[in-house]
Design a protein around this ligand. Structure first.
Ligand SMILES: NC(=O)c1ccc[n+]([C@@H]2O[C@H](COP(=O)([O-])OP(=O)(O)OC[C@H]3O[C@@H](n4cnc5c(N)ncnc54)[C@H](O)[C@@H]3O)[C@@H](O)[C@H]2O)c1
Ligand SMILES: O=C(O)[C@H](O)[C@H](O)COP(=O)(O)O
Length: 384
């Protein structure tokens, strides 16, 4: 059995080596020819999987080691009877930690002693937005949730869902919707001139979903105005050929790596492996956890003199500080368009190991119950 797989899927040999022969390919440039004789195709978000790629091939199962599926023509796969699996929720914690870290930096920039005084509007409350909401609420933030598809399915939800306009009133607005174009509540350019006019200089807009959810030309125009909000973009229109002008104008610019924790990526591989085993009728023998290495930083310690917010923010940034990715992306924006696109992909391909808060043991000596609860909300292991 031939498995054609994106070389950027971690642990390919460990998970799939005894299922078939693996042919590693560059996902961004995968061609019809490279996939013609494949039985199984494993991709990431940079490969468009559709009729043009697969017509006439032997492929009978496609797996994407990602949450998002907007790069896959699901209808066509279904019509052709080709099996499919994604990895829902695999890197949700990673994205939630990215948002928390960005919010902590925003609070500092605003000179706030208590970061939980910020209100947070979450747009798209699925695996990522839901996990983020839970964590923020446990930390003591006031959160507003906007998710029209869920609002329709759950009319009596408590607290009630809010409209996009109401979410845009919050100090921080963070987008976690899929990219959709042809269905009710389609998200393509969901945030454009009218929505951007609703947020002002004291606010922060984060996009951790897909680049095309925000109209980047409208955003560029808005960022030229004196009362523009701060913006943190992890995802961009036209990746990898993103706009250097927009990078220049946003406050925090990262190269689509919010979900790039080692845990998140390895869980993505495991979920596709499990689905493939099920498809082929094979036993499931491996788990991502058995391959996770020891983290570089495994323990931090706080004493009774630790200031609460400060302690949580320190631990968060031990795991992930987006400023490093921001600096690298800005450097990568030098050069001509072709060089910039290559550099964008390279930043993602050669991404340093990043571990989630769940890998961190936190030792607390004589600290308050609420600090302990804060670390529990982050998913850290506590030693009290
Ligand atoms: N930046 C990254 O690295 C990264 C990582 C993971 C996922 N993502 C993106 O984030 C998206 C969300 O991930 P998830 O795991 O939470 O997906 P999910 O499917 O679990 O949840 C998405 C939620 O968005 C809601 N939604 C759909 N249309 C909406 C609209 N118009 N307004 C508000 N809400 C709407 C859905 O009802 C659903 O509850 C993925 O589809 C992916 O594109 C990005
Ligand atoms: O949808 C997802 O899971 C994320 O956007 C994921 O981090 C994308 O990573 P990529 O497949 O582009 O490497």
């Amino acid at each position: 059995m031939l498995i054609v797989a994106d070389e950027n899927i971690p642990l390919l040999d460990a998970f799939f080596g005894d299922i078939g022969e693996i042919r590693r390919v560059t996902g961004r440039t995968l061609s019809r020819e490279q996939v013609q004789d494949a039985d199984i195709l494993l991709v990431r978000s940079v490969t468009r999987v559709n009729r043009e790629l697969l017509e006439g091939s032997r492929v009978r199962f496609v797996g994407t080691a990602t949450i998002g599926t907007d790069h896959i023509d699901l209808e066509w796969l279904q019509a052709k009877g080709i099996g499919f699996a994604a990895a829902p929720g695999c890197n949700a914690s990673s994205v939630a930690e990215y948002v928390l870290s960005v919010v902590s930096l925003f609070a500092e920039r605003r000179g706030l002693d208590d970061w939980t005084s910020l209100t947070v509007g979450i747009v798209g409350v699925g695996n990522v937005g839901g996990q983020l909401a839970q964590c923020l609420e446990r930390l003591g933030f006031e959160v507003r949730l906007c998710d029209p598809p869920r609002q329709e399915r759950e009319p009596g939800a408590e607290p009630p869902f809010v409209s996009l306009a109401e979410a845009l009133e919050c100090d921080v607005v963070t987008l976690h919707t899929p990219l959709t174009r042809h269905q009710p509540h389609a998200t393509w350019h969901m945030v454009s001139d009218p929505e951007l006019a609703l947020i002002g200089a004291d606010q922060l807009l984060i996009n951790g979903g897909r680049g095309e959810v925000v109209d980047s030309e409208a955003l560029t125009r808005r960022l030229e105005q004196a009362d523009a909000p701060l913006v943190a973009l992890d995802v961009w229109e036209h990746e990898p050929g993103i706009s250097p002008d927009l990078v220049d104008k946003v406050w925090m610019a990262t190269p689509h790596v919010a979900g790039y924790s080692l845990e998140g990526k390895m869980q993505g591989t495991e979920m596709v492996y499990r689905a493939l085993c099920q498809f082929l009728g094979l036993p499931i023998r491996k788990k991502a956890g058995q391959f996770l290495p020891e983290p570089a930083v495994s323990k931090v310690s706080f004493t009774s003199s630790a200031e609460e917010d400060e302690a949580i923010r320190t631990a968060l940034r031990v795991c992930y500080d987006p400023r490093r990715d921001d600096a690298r992306l800005r450097l990568a924006m030098r050069g001509n368009p072709e060089q910039r696109a290559v550099a964008f992909d390279l930043l993602r391909q050669d991404y340093p190991v990043r571990r989630e808060c769940s890998s961190l043991k936190v030792q607390l000596k004589g600290t308050s119950k609420s600090l302990q609860d804060g670390f529990r909300a982050l998913g850290c292991k506590l030693k009290i």
